[in-house]
Design a binder for this molecule. Structure first.
Ligand SMILES: [Zn+2]
Length: 470
């Protein structure tokens, strides 16, 4: 019976590293409202995202599988495979499905809108449910604040969520509500009160810190350790500001007696680099700075709680939500590459390893902002990556042959590549990856290398990958 199904809230904090939340870093003072949920649910200490930026991650979260299976990633920015999405499955099982986002890529142009009865995204104008006046207000605010300040967007976003909850939602039917905030995504420019609480920076000092990844990575803009420390504090301030807004929604759900029996998932799609690995922001690597994400799951009645240490993955969320809703679709479950998180926590049985993937990054903005850097960019970053991660090690396969192996326990910063020193383990982990790849139908854009590249060695590399040459 539909009425007995639990309401579900899924909140994505774009780019938020676990350490920025006070439920992961005691004393951070950033997220009292998220912490309330964490105290009543499961907190996953080692959750891995499927990729390094919003589109491939959300395509994976919405299908419960990794990019090479669903086919949505850097080289094909479209979720056009036939696998059902989370919202589609919820909708056909009696849920009203509503999504509110202010992040690019979540909309009809990528087909991440599949299954949502309502999807509003002020970054994707064709689906925005906002009134013209509200959108105009957002644009004016953006302009007045130098095109950066997101404060107004969060106000509009959460206002929309609350309005939907109060006036559009059918209280007779369960809901699946997805909220995805850009507040926690760079550039980190929190409102003044939050800036002052977390930093000593004046407004102009805040604006003076470079947050442009092309300029930093290409060496055109140098940054000090102090700059990175300040950016981290600004990122914490952004989390705190969004947390306050999320608190208003949680309070409302609690007042209406709904929160206790709801499923609440709070996570980030990926993290950010703050100078680690010579990188700023996200999108170019599969180090833990990007793929280690916060993940909190509260079940109905808050019956399962505690900290879970073993490695789990963000694509476990889809099977978790279906199980929590009592939805039985064996053919949907059969295609998942993740597993119910609650079941994992209850039984202590976890996956032996998890996988993350990154396809070749787009070059447009790099060519525009850092043209002199392009040869180095192509040499270093124009490659596909696949990372296989156990509780102790990570092996990163690269299509350019520069594989890496890290001992995560002794070297959590992934700074010492052991691929030659511990070749045996590297080989074992590469075989794990190969057996994983052989376990499903792959959906890869085979022509990508041949179309864009003329370099002989790249063609050779591609032929080698395909098995034509040794
Ligand atoms: Zn993102």
């Amino acid at each position: 019976m539909a009425a007995s199904k639990p309401n579900i809230l899924m909140v994505m904090l774009d780019s938020a590293r676990p350490e920025f939340l006070s439920c992961y870093t005691h004393g951070a003072g950033t997220s009292p409202n998220i912490d309330r949920v964490a105290e009543r649910g499961l907190v996953f200490q080692t959750a891995m995202g499927p990729s390094a930026w919003t589109f491939p991650v959300m395509a994976s979260v919405f299908t419960g599988m990794l990019p090479t299976k669903h086919g949505g990633h850097d080289e094909h920015q479209l979720l056009d495979s036939g696998y059902p999405t989370l919202a589609e499955v919820m909708a056909r099982n009696g849920y009203q499905t509503a999504g509110f986002a202010d992040v690019p890529y979540v909309g009809p142009s990528t087909r991440l809108n599949r299954g949502f009865n309502v999807l509003s995204n002020m970054r994707v104008p064709e689906v925005s449910g906002m009134s013209k006046a509200l959108k105009a207000m957002g644009r004016v605010h953006r302009k007045l604040s130098g095109g950066y300040n997101k404060t107004c967007e969060t106000r509009v976003l959460m206002g929309e969520v609350l309005r939907w909850y109060e006036s559009t939602r059918d209280p007779q039917k369960p809901f699946f509500l997805y909220v995805h905030t850009d507040e926690t995504h760079a550039p980190f420019l929190p409102p003044p009160a939050y800036r002052r609480r977390f930093t000593k920076l004046s407004r102009s000092q805040m604006y003076a810190i470079n947050q442009d990844k092309q300029l930093f990575v290409s060496g055109q803009r140098r940054m000090s350790d102090g700059d990175f420390a300040n950016l981290r504090d600004l990122a914490r301030a952004e989390v705190a500001y969004f947390d306050a807004w999320l608190g208003k929604l949680l309070d409302r759900l609690d007042r209406d007696g709904l929160l206790e029996d709801m499923v609440v998932v709070i996570a980030a799609d990926h993290g950010d680099n703050f100078g680690e690995h010579g990188l700023l922001r996200h999108g170019l690597c599969l180090y833990d700075t990007l793929v280690h994400v916060p993940l909190i799951v509260k079940t109905p009645g808050s019956t399962v709680g505690g900290r879970v240490q073993p490695v789990v993955q963000l694509i476990d969320v889809f099977p978790t939500l279906l199980a929590a809703a009592g939805i039985e679709e064996p053919e949907t479950f059969a295609e998942f590459q993740g597993r119910d998180l609650v079941q994992q926590a209850r039984t202590g049985r976890h996956a032996e390893y998890v996988v993350s993937e990154l396809y070749r990054p787009g070059q447009g903005l790099w060519q525009k902002k850092a043209p002199g850097f392009m040869p180095e960019f192509l040499d270093r970053y124009d490659r596909r990556l696949r990372a296989v991660r156990t509780n102790t090690h990570k092996f990163i396969w690269s299509s350019n042959g520069r594989h890496e192996l890290f001992d995560i326990v002794s070297d959590p910063g992934e700074t010492r590549n052991l691929v030659d020193l511990d070749a045996k383990r590297a080989g074992e982990m590469e075989r794990m990856l190969e057996s994983w790849l052989a376990s499903f139908d792959r959906r890869e854009p085979e022509a990508a290398y041949a179309v864009e590249d003329t370099a002989d060695d790249r063609v050779f590399e591609r032929l080698r990958e395909l098995g034509y040459v040794e």
